[in-house]
Design a protein around this ligand. Structure first.
Ligand code: F6P
Length: 362
């Protein structure tokens, strides 16, 4: 009997721990089930190409530094939806058939997709339409997939943001400045809240809790009274201006992304006080950094479990971290259950108890 064949693809924004997950999938599939494992390049784009853009994974693939490297060596895409790809003449084309044909042309017994909620939604739709056997592993630095306590990449992003606060502290103190650190997270404030606590931020602004510039200034003035003339402010990219407007950055290719709220906060403080502010926007180093031990462990545990699901023909499932172990839930649950920071999150209380200003909390 010939070996079973499985595919792996990474989809959506990259993050630390993806290579560790691919490695773990490979070892489990080979060592326990003697499967042949194929890596699909650039997410679903690799299945659209003819011939399909894939590589067979071997022990040699993992002989180097992959476990330690950020990003995904298979490549990924976080632009667009294959059901509706924009063309140069302003129209849209549906490439779902090509992806499904590409999958079946590889004679795969199953496909493991590593992605966030957006990617899982697209892949689930493709699987339903084209009878593809899929299992999902959640990854996102935003940690907003509700059905799992942790997604791959989050811990690394928090670590990078914490290190940035550590590095900013000394220069803030040297110059008696307020250093503002803008971090990613899309609409969720998990990175800012977690790193804010770990890095001792004096002000933590997240999109889920309303703040005021006066509230921020009050905190900085209180610190001055205690003879502390420098401060650290961490702000999540989706925090809005006081008038409720979002701050976006438009790139030359037309893509718009959240970005710039740090500059707004700095200008507002400087308009109203003598405090000198400087802004650091952390950006994609949160995604490209070498994965933390925690993310490597999570990715490895997820990879093993995902292969077991495929081997046991338990399709349309997503692996999840729950109460110190890996479990599985329906992919639909992974897609539906968005989680941002709740007011009763114990970490909100922690930040408050540490004296941080975190918004207008009664
Ligand atoms: O969802 C992950 C994420 O890194 C967000 O935190 C951020 O807003 C966005 O992706 C950035 O996207 P891009 O890589 O397209 O700039």
């Amino acid at each position: 009997m010939s070996n079973k064949r499985i595919g792996i693809l990474t989809s959506g924004g990259d993050c630390g721990g993806l290579n560790a997950a691919i490695r773990s999938i490979f070892y489990r599939a080979k060592n326990k089930y003697k499967m042949d494992v194929y890596g699909i390049r650039d997410g679903t784009a690799g299945l659209i190409k003819r011939p399909v853009d894939v590589m067979q994974l071997t022990h040699k693939t993992f002989g180097g530094y992959l476990l330690r490297q950020g990003g995904t060596f298979l490549g990924s895409t976080n632009k667009g939806n294959p059901f509706k790809i924009p063309t140069n003449d302003g129209k849209y084309v549906d490439k779902s058939k090509e992806i499904i044909q590409g999958y079946h042309s590889m004679k795969l017994d199953g496909l493991i997709i590593i992605g966030g909620d957006g990617s899982m939604q697209i892949l689930k739709k493709l699987a339903d339409k084209g009878k593809m056997n899929i299992v999902a592993i959640p990854k996102t630095i935003d940690n907003d997939v509700g059905a799992t306590e942790n997604s791959i990449g989050f811990h690394t992003a928090v670590d990078v943001a914490t290190q940035a606060l550590d590095n900013l502290q000394s220069t803030a103190a040297s110059h008696r400045r307020s250093m503002i650190l803008e971090v990613m997270g899309r609409d969720a404030g998990h990175i800012a809240l977690n790193a804010g606590i770990a890095g001792g931020a004096d002000v933590i602004l997240i999109p889920e809790i309303k703040y005021s510039i006066n509230g921020v200034i009050k905190k900085l003035n209180e610190m001055k009274k205690n003879k502390i003339q420098h401060s650290l402010i961490i702000v999540a990219e989706a925090v809005k201006k006081e008038d409720g407007s979002k701050v976006m950055h438009k790139y030359l290719d037309g893509e718009k992304r959240l970005g710039g709220i740090g500059d707004y906060i700095a200008s507002e403080i400087m308009k109203k006080t003598e405090i000198e502010c400087r802004v650091t926007t952390l950006g994609h180093v949160q995604r490209g950094a070498p994965p933390t031990a925690n993310d490597r462990i999570l990715a490895s545990a997820f990879g093993v479990y995902a292969v077991d699901l495929l081997a046991n023909k338990k399709f349309n499932r997503m692996v999840a971290w729950n109460n110190r172990r890996v479990v599985d839930v329906a992919i639909d649950e992974g897609i539906k259950t968005y989680r941002d920071v709740q007011r009763d999150d114990p970490l909100v209380e922690t930040a408050l108890s540490l004296g941080a200003y975190i918004g207008e909390i009664k």
